[in-house]
Design a protein around this ligand. Structure first.
Ligand SMILES: [Zn+2]
Length: 425
């Protein structure tokens, strides 16, 4: 049974490191699929580029001894047996799809780091007690098929499978049709099995770690965000004869509201955020003063009590604009995200790994959604960040250095081993 058990003792495991050069080379190689002239990636979910990246990845995982299965929504699982193989698996991964003008690191870094963990264990013939599964979630970005985090949400039971299949892209193609056309859907049943833990490495996509010179972000949970639709109601009128003082222009009211919303985010310190990114104007014709505008907006903060204060300010600002302009502005909340805490024990495991490896680290919250968010509902889940140069992400210029990626991968390796346990000879 020598092959079943490694000869490594606890001391050797502590000295274990990933192969940073191999990690970097592999990351750049997968980045060639869907490569854009600006140095980024375009691999929309369920396209031929997505499929090519997935095939390349599965080939590498197979070479490293993993057994591959793909579930019916297209999530990939690459399993490496444990010495106690009936134990629930420890999962690690991320996604391979990108936004239309994305970078080479968002998602791919976590997937390739997971592969490097597996390759390192293979090289050293280290057998874990619990099995390990590398996972590639289908459609994390939600750029082609909304919502984002689709594969992980279906796996975690957060989004019904049938409902996901019926979702259409802007061209009218359903997820079901795209899964069939690309051959991405597999046969494995979706979820319904125990998972010991889920660990994800991702780039920060924000500026904090780089600005501080910190190597690892230990993600303890999420920002809080509240999403609203503001309905601005004025009065339609002819754009010519109507005197300025007689107008009740809903779009001008919305313009003022947008500026007020922007000020709110700026007024709540470095953790404050606010957006007003989408407008619908009625009747939206050149000859008529706009009668109604639907304005989507949101407020976000690391501290949930500050989000409540931002909402109060938002409501009072909108009421004041309405009164001043003789228009009505109503605000309806349609969604709240967070606050969520990731698993405290797993967060501590990541922190211990970063500390024992001698990397600088700090606790941080994620502002963006990640596959860890739905996974936390079904198993202990947590994630770490590596720095994003200039905080740039969802952009072709997104970058994390080879040394930063290697540090993150080493933390992932040691946190995974702490969770799976290592079989001894
Ligand atoms: Zn991502």
């Amino acid at each position: 049974m020598v092959a079943e058990h490694s000869a490594i003792g606890p001391g050797l495991a502590a000295n274990l490191r990933v192969d940073g050069a191999r990690l970097w080379k592999t990351l750049l190689e997968i980045g060639e699929i869907g490569a854009t002239p600006g140095g980024g990636c375009r691999r929309l979910a369920l396209t031929s580029e997505d499929r090519a990246a997935r095939e390349l990845f599965m080939g590498w995982a197979r070479e490293a001894g993993a057994k591959i299965s793909v579930d019916r929504i297209g999530n990939i699982f690459c399993r490496r047996a444990g010495s106690q193989d009936a134990l629930p698996p420890v999962m690690l991964g991320s996604h391979l799809d990108t936004v239309p003008t994305g970078g080479k690191f968002d998602g791919a870094l976590g997937v390739i780091a997971a592969l490097e963990v597996l390759r390192t264990l293979e090289d050293r013939k280290i057998r874990t007690l619990a099995p390990i599964e590398l996972v590639v979630w289908m459609n994390e970005e939600g750029s082609r098929f909304s919502p984002s985090m689709m594969g992980s949400a279906v796996f975690a039971g957060d989004l019904p499978f049938e409902r996901a299949l019926a979702i259409k892209d802007p061209g009218g193609t359903t997820v079901a049709a795209a899964l069939a056309e690309t051959g991405i859907a597999g046969e494995a049943p979706i979820g319904g099995r125990p998972v010991a833990a889920y660990l994800e490495l991702h780039n920060e996509q924000g500026p904090i770690l780089e600005a501080e010179g910190t190597q690892i972000g230990i993600v303890t949970g999420t920002f809080t965000a509240r999403y609203f639709v503001a309905t601005v109601t004025g009065e339609p009128a002819h754009v010519g004869p109507t005197p300025m003082e007689a107008r009740r222009d809903a779009l001008v009211g919305a313009a003022e509201a947008i500026l007020a919303i922007d000020r709110i985010g700026r007024g709540f310190g470095p953790d404050g955020r606010s957006n007003a990114p989408h407008l619908e104007v009625y009747p939206n014709v050149r000859g008529v003063i706009p009668a109604e505008v639907k304005l989507s907006c949101d407020v976000r903060h690391a501290d949930p009590t500050q989000v409540a204060a931002m909402e109060i300010l938002l409501r009072s600002e909108l009421a004041a604009i309405g009164a001043r302009r003789g228009i009505n502005i109503s605000l309806e909340q349609y969604f709240q995200f967070g606050p969520m805490q990731f698993d405290a024990e797993l967060v501590a495991t990541f922190r211990d790994a970063a500390r024992s490896l001698g990397y600088t680290h700090r606790d941080i919250l994620t502002v963006a959604g990640h596959d860890t968010v739905p996974m936390r509902k079904i198993c202990p889940s947590a994630m770490i960040f590596t720095p994003s140069i200039g905080g740039i992400s969802h952009n072709e210029r997104e970058f994390t250095s080879a040394a930063q990626a290697e540090a993150g991968c080493n933390v992932l390796l040691h946190a995974v081993l702490a969770r799976t346990g290592v079989a001894t000879a």
